[in-house]
Design a protein around this ligand. Structure first.
Ligand code: IPE
Ligand code: IPE
Ligand code: MG
Length: 236
């Protein structure tokens, strides 16, 4: 159980980890070093979320649009992903966590696919926590992927729950809170189906500087939000 005295802890939290490039630029470093700092921070923040008792954590690591970046930056990110998803390390870093990679991750090559498949298989029977990571992910493509799988299964009638069952996060609750760092106020194609009733939070902090204090502040802000889901609350 959580040692943190927080009201209304989200069941599912999602992060759009933005600002690595600007963080690096301010320090006269390469963008790749910015991503490195970003992923070091990511490891700590994700761990902390699970420690706090949040069962589902989603991360936007690489979008389908990010292929338009310089080759060198993409190569740097791939190196980071290869390390991050190394199964031996992952299993040690994240006890009880099952990893779910969202997106056509094989586009990162055979070597990455092998590492990703391995960590997915070796964490598959864990059920306490789930870490969803978007790698070559797009919310629109996720819906297309779901529709094509439905067609493949011969589905002829669809309702909301059918789509819920065919997207990458099937069986999971939708994000209660989506945090995007760096001051940008958009979703950039992240979890478009799942974000329907998510609370959104846009701190100005660049991702590598988004530490424990910032996370606790975000959770405090979240706990004060009034989630109405279209209803009228009696007490207001
Ligand atoms: C991280 O931040 C996003 C990833 C693709 C990992 P950015 O690289 O977008 O940083 P900025 O927006 O250029 O500062
Ligand atoms: C969104 O960040 C994608 C990830 C965090 C992986 P971007 O920095 O790519 O988004 P835009 O281009 O500013 O919308
Ligand atoms: Mg960005």
């Amino acid at each position: 159980m959580s040692n943190y005295s927080l009201n209304a802890v989200p069941t599912h939290i999602a992060f759009i980890i933005d600002g690595n490039g600007r963080w690096a630029k301010r320090r006269g470093l390469s963008r790749s070093l910015g991503h490195k700092a970003g992923f070091n921070n990511l490891k700590k923040i994700v761990k902390l979320c699970f420690e706090i008792g949040i069962r589902y954590v989603s991360i936007y690591a690489f979008s389908t649009e990010n292929w338009n970046r310089p080759e060198k930056e993409i190569e740097g990110l791939k190196e980071i992903f290869l390390q991050y998803f190394n199964a031996d390390k992952f299993i040690e870093d994240y006890p009880d966590v099952k990893v779910n990679i969202m997106g056509e991750y094989s586009k990162f090559g055979e070597d990455f696919k092998a590492i990703a498949d391995d960590v997915i298989a070796r964490t598959n029977d864990r059920d306490k926590y789930i870490l969803n990571v978007g790698v070559n992910y797009s919310g629109k493509d996720e819906i297309v992927y779901a529709v094509n799988r439905m067609i493949g299964d011969g589905v002829t009638r669809v309702d909301r729950s059918t789509i819920d069952n065919y997207i990458y996060t099937s069986g999971q609750p939708e994000p209660d809170l989506i945090i995007r760092t760096s001051g940008e106020q958009r979703l950039s194609n992240f979890m478009l189906w799942q974000c329907a009733y998510s609370e959104l939070y846009f701190p100005k902090t660049l991702w590598p500087d988004f530490k424990k204090k910032e996370l606790l502040k975000a959770l405090d802000v979240y706990s004060k939000r009034n989630r109405r889901f279209g209803q009228i609350k009696e007490e207001e």
